[in-house]
Design a protein around this ligand. Structure first.
Ligand code: MTE
Length: 325
């Protein structure tokens, strides 16, 4: 199918290439890309100094999330190895993502709420208290990293939105601007845009109110880099990374279950829940292990990415659902 050739994260390189070749190639790419990565990191640091929210960082570390049980991944790895399809299908989009314009940045809150409203990102920051949390991040492609995020719980946003009792889900939407983000341009050879932009994701109200659900505005003690989803993204550490939508412009409260970007494209492979489970394989690869980005080390994946104590109760009574896809 054409769609399978359009994006790469459903086919890890490690699956299509013998492992020793894969890692050698990665080392080569890492060496070749080191110059570009240094440049990108330089411009990210320059931005961090001039960002209007820079004074809010570093945020106080929440002691409940001070230790993810694994070492924090070095910043230059996390900020230059990304999935951000709006800027390209490779992992090396950090330079392209510098085109992302993050001011002015408005966020629309609508749907099943008492009164829909639009708020600027900087005004939203005045209504919340930022904190730092160190979270594990497990991609469905079977790689992982550990990130010191800053932000605030999604629960706080839910309070500000005043949802009605008819609201059952929260739907998040990314910007749609093909002039700025070349990945959103209609494909040259297809008929119209080949991917269903904008990127959309959704969670239940119960998931949104769970303490782990986090709206990220910073990373590594600074405003979050563009490559990682500036100025505001979601992070749900017990789910596969594709649920953690970047660069959010709209948050809607809905009575119907939203269909995520990847669920729309490949419904046989990606679903609504996407909770991490080493025993439920992706249709095309195993989820039993993950590769730590910093060391290349393979480690066993754990149920709910290790956050079961905080989230397993959310799924009681839902055993008939495809909770791990
Ligand atoms: N959000 C948007 N808007 N576009 C994307 O391509 N990729 C997702 C998720 N959020 C993506 C997105 C995937 S597949 C992953 S694994 C994470 O972002 C990657 O986040 P990172 O680049 O900060 O590691």
């Amino acid at each position: 199918m054409l769609i399978k050739t359009i994006h790469g994260w459903d086919i890890p390189e490690s699956r299509v290439t013998p492992e020793h070749v894969f890692f050698n190639r990665r080392q080569f790419i890492a060496a070749a890309g080191a110059g570009a990565a240094t440049l990108a990191l330089g411009s990210m640091r320059a931005r961090a100094a001039t960002d209007p929210s820079a004074h809010l960082y570093p945020a106080a570390l929440n002691p409940g999330f001070a230790d993810a049980g694994r070492k924090v991944t070095p910043e230059d790895i996390n900020t230059t190895y990304n999935n951000f399809y709006e800027f390209g299908t490779s992992k090396r989009i950090s330079r392209a993502a510098e085109a992302l314009k993050i001011r002015p940045w408005d966020i629309r809150i609508d749907g099943e709420v008492e009164k829909p409203f639009t708020i600027s990102f900087d005004d939203l920051l005045k209504k919340v208290t930022l904190e730092e949390r160190i979270y594990r991040h497990r991609c469905v492609e079977a790689w992982s990293m550990v990130v010191p995020w800053s932000g605030f719980p999604v629960r706080k946003l839910v309070e500000l939105a005043n949802p009605l009792s008819s609201a059952k889900y929260v739907r998040f939407e990314t910007f749609n601007d093909p002039e700025m983000a070349p990945g959103q341009k209609p494909s040259l050879f297809g008929f119209g845009s080949s991917l269903p932009w904008p990127y959309v994701e959704g969670i239940t109200m119960a998931e949104a109110r769970n303490d782990l659900s986090f709206l990220v505005t910073g990373a590594y003690g600074k405003p979050v880099p563009k490559s990682m989803g500036a100025p505001i993204r979601l992070h749900l550490p017990w789910k596969y990374g594709f649920k953690s939508i970047k660069s959010i412009v709209k948050i809607s409260f809905t009575s119907e279950r939203p269909k995520g970007f990847w669920e729309q494209i490949l419904p046989n492979e990606y679903g609504f829940w996407a909770n991490v489970n080493p025993e439920v394989d992706h249709p095309r690869w195993s989820q039993a292990e993950e590769r730590m980005l910093s060391t290349g080390e393979k480690i066993p994946t754990v149920l709910y990415n290790g956050y079961g104590e905080a989230v397993a109760d959310l799924y009681k009574g839902l055993e008939g659902e495809l909770l791990f896809k």
